[in-house]
Design a protein around this ligand. Structure first.
Ligand code: ADP
Ligand code: MG
Length: 172
């Protein structure tokens, strides 16, 4: 709910997520703003709400063509793919990735070229983690969470501004 301008090249907003519904609302607001080759890196401990946010985002993208899916956590499959109206989506959970070489087998390089890549445990990508990404950092706050969204201003300034405006409106 606040906007920080630490560095003019970095766009950042902070959203308070008092409950799981707020996490879902954040995912749903981001959905229509996604473009091919975007990377969303979801940071946070186990149970922080990474999958919850990814699920709401993907389900909102799917709903545009009337698709209804569970969007399970890719804990064991490592990656789940979805054909949504506007772009293909790769949802990956790299917690169990043993070696960054496995990333190629998972087809994530294709995701980086053509679709939206939503990553849980992005640190597992090591040096392959794209610099041009939106970082979403989820931390606990009381019973709820706080989400800090940070990305290069040239890619995210306008879109994060859009999220913040809608966020404020949807809270009234
Ligand atoms: N803002 C929130 N406040 C409280 N609980 C939340 C919030 N967002 C998500 N949760 C809950 O946290 C739990 C763990 O979420 P999950 O998305 O699986 O975490 P992760 O993928 O980070 O391990 C779920 O039960 C979810 O409903
Ligand atoms: Mg998860």
């Amino acid at each position: 709910m606040s906007r920080k301008l630490v560095d003019p090249n970095i766009a950042q907003i902070v959203l308070a997520l008092p409950n799981a519904e707020a996490t879902a609302r954040a995912g749903a607001l981001l959905a229509p703003l996604m473009r091919p080759t975007d990377v969303l890196a979801l940071w946070g401990d186990l149970g922080a709400g990474k999958t919850s946010l990814a699920r709401a985002l993907i389900q909102t993208c799917l709903a545009k063509t009337g698709q209804v899916e569970d969007v399970p956590s890719p804990t064991f499959t490592l990656v789940q793919t979805y054909e949504t109206a506007d772009l293909p989506v790769w949802h990956a959970d790299l917690y169990r990735l043993k070696d960054p070489d496995e990333l190629i087998e998972l087809g994530l390089d294709e995701a980086l070229e053509t679709g939206l890549l939503v990553l849980e445990w992005p640190d597992r990508m090591g040096a392959d983690l794209p610099v041009a990404r939106l970082d979403i950092e989820l931390t606990e706050q009381g019973e709820g969470r706080v989400a800090k969204l940070t990305g290069p201003a040239r890619l995210w300034e306008e879109r994060l501004g859009c999220v913040l405006r809608q966020w404020t409106v949807s809270q009234v």
